[in-house]
Design a protein around this ligand. Structure first.
Ligand SMILES: Cc1cc2nc3c(=O)[nH]c(=O)nc-3n(C[C@H](O)[C@H](O)[C@H](O)COP(=O)(O)O)c2cc1C
Length: 344
């Protein structure tokens, strides 16, 4: 018998448990401390970008504002002249990019330029004046608004059509996956319950750490709950409420050691992706929505929807039927080489 086993035999059960808990607590503190430092020192928060302005931080910030502008361009009830604050931030980050002599033929920078051009095109197409702030801040992009550009740096909106989605169940995987896109405005029709449950059934094939399968999904159809939840969530401004809102969470009671502390988020994320693809297969439109709320908002959501404290929130998913035709943000993608490293 090992020394550890001998001590365990001698020590009363409750004291042993208290000891184990204290040890786990210490380990967690140390793990979280390292996670905290890594994030604090490297993320694109203003405290870091002021000093280092690394291209990756500027890139992340640029994509954030590009996406905000694309969302504004895609609204069914388009608000001309929108986006002053997003454009102001984009201008700053593009200036910083040039100041550091980062390449202006970089795809992110090009997409930033192209989203400005898409904004100009949209205003011209509907016969509205391009706001003065755009003219003042981006004269070069306005002057070159009609310049043809590389499709890899596409920006603005694309049209999504219900007719193109009807036969999704007979698509091959690559086509289905490439065709999925976030849709934030839906047809005024009920969502078929069976399709939702089929999508969950498909997503159950998601792999999870040691096959724990600790994800949970809550479907919300009550418009009052949907409206309250999405108001608290904060990332759904300017859109009508979806007919169905799903909340994906993971039950941490399935996890054993402190080294598994991040696994609920990995398994939950994988499940969310499977579920999104399965919704596409079922010809349902959807949009994943973050759960990165402040503590008091999260508490309110938990109370509203009856989510117990032992579940971590992964993502909401807004779900509806595809409208006949709808504009959706392009949301460009980097080339695979951009994310791939090889060590031979
Ligand atoms: C975890 C997660 C959280 C997201 N949160 C929001 C959100 O709060 N609001 C929103 O409009 N879109 C949200 N999105 C959708 C992204 O903007 C979208 O997936 C991204 O731009 C890529 O576009 P695509 O889904 O059309 O391919 C979220 C996506 C993910 C994966």
């Amino acid at each position: 018998m090992s020394v550890k086993q001998q001590i365990r035999k001698m020590v009363p059960k409750h004291a042993w448990r208290a000891l184990q808990r204290a040890k786990a607590d210490m380990k967690l503190k140390s793990y979280y401390s390292r996670q905290r430092k890594r994030f604090l020192s490297n993320c694109a928060g203003p405290w870091n970008s002021e000093q280092s302005e690394h291209s990756e931080q500027l890139r992340g910030t640029m994509v954030y504002y590009i996406h905000r502008i694309e969302k504004g361009l895609s609204h069914q009830c388009f608000r001309d002249g929108f986006g002053r604050s997003a454009f102001s931030e984009l201008k700053t980050v593009m200036e910083q990019w040039r100041k550091h002599s980062y390449p202006v033929d970089d795809v992110t920078y090009q997409v930033a330029q192209n989203v400005i051009r898409a904004y100009v095109h949209k205003h011209r197409a509907i016969g509205k004046p391009v706001p003065r702030f755009v003219g003042e801040w981006f004269p070069a992009e306005i002057a070159s608004a009609d310049k043809p550009y590389d499709s890899a740096a596409e920006a603005g909106t694309k049209t999504v059509r219900a007719a193109d989605k009807r036969n999704n169940a007979s698509s091959d995987y690559a086509t289905l996956f490439a065709g999925r896109t976030s849709v934030r405005e839906y047809a005024e029709m009920d969502v078929d319950k069976e399709k939702l449950h089929n999508a969950v059934a498909i997503a159950m094939k998601t792999p999870s750490v040691c096959n724990r399968q600790a994800y949970r999904i809550l479907f919300i159809r009550n418009p009052k709950f949907i409206e309250r939840a999405l108001t608290l969530q904060g990332g759904w401004r300017g859109y009508s409420m979806p007919p169905v809102l799903a909340l994906i969470s993971v039950d941490v009671r399935s996890f054993v050691s402190v080294e598994e502390r991040n696994e609920p988020y990995i398994d939950g994320g994988l499940f969310t992706m499977s579920f999104l693809t399965a919704l596409e297969y079922e010809s349902l439109a959807s949009c994943p929505l973050n759960t990165m709320m402040r503590a008091n908002q999260e508490q309110e959501i938990r109370k509203l929807l009856g989510v117990p404290d032992y579940e971590v929130l992964i993502a909401f998913v807004a779900i509806g039927n595809f409208p006949e035709s709808i504009e959706s943000p392009v949301s460009f993608r980097y080339r695979p080489e951009f994310v791939t490293r090889e060590l031979n």
